[in-house]
Design a protein around this ligand. Sequence first.
Ligand SMILES: [Zn+2]
Length: 122
Amino acid sequence: MDSLIYTALKKLAKKRGIRAKEVLFPDNLKDDFRGLYYDDSGVKLILINQEDNLEERIFTLAHELGHYALHREFLTCARWTCSYQEDEGHWKTVEDEADSFARRLIFFIKKGLPMNNNPAAA
Ligand SMILES: [Zn+2]
C-alpha cells in the first residue's frame, strides 16, 4: 500500500514537471532536512533523503509537493535561504502549511479519490 502511495505521489510530481529524486544527504544537512523543494529558473526538483524509511519518504514528498502547490511563488532558489534566515515565524507557518497539505494529500490518495479532486490539483 505504502509503495503505491509513493508511486502516486511521484506521478503527481512528474505531471507538474517536478523531478523527485532520492539522494544521500550530507551529515550536516540530514538533522535539519528530510527533503527539499528547489526551483531554479523553472527547473523544479524535490530531493528526498534516501536513508529515511518509506513512510517518512512519503510524507517528505507530499510535504515538498505542498511547498510547490502553496509556496512556489516565493520559494525560488534565491529567496529560499533569505526567507529562512530573516523571518523564523513566517518560516514556521510555511512549514505547518506544507505539513497539513501533506496529510490531506496522503489522505486523498489513500481514499483513492480522483486526482482532480485532491488538494494538489488546486
Ligand atoms: Zn518544508
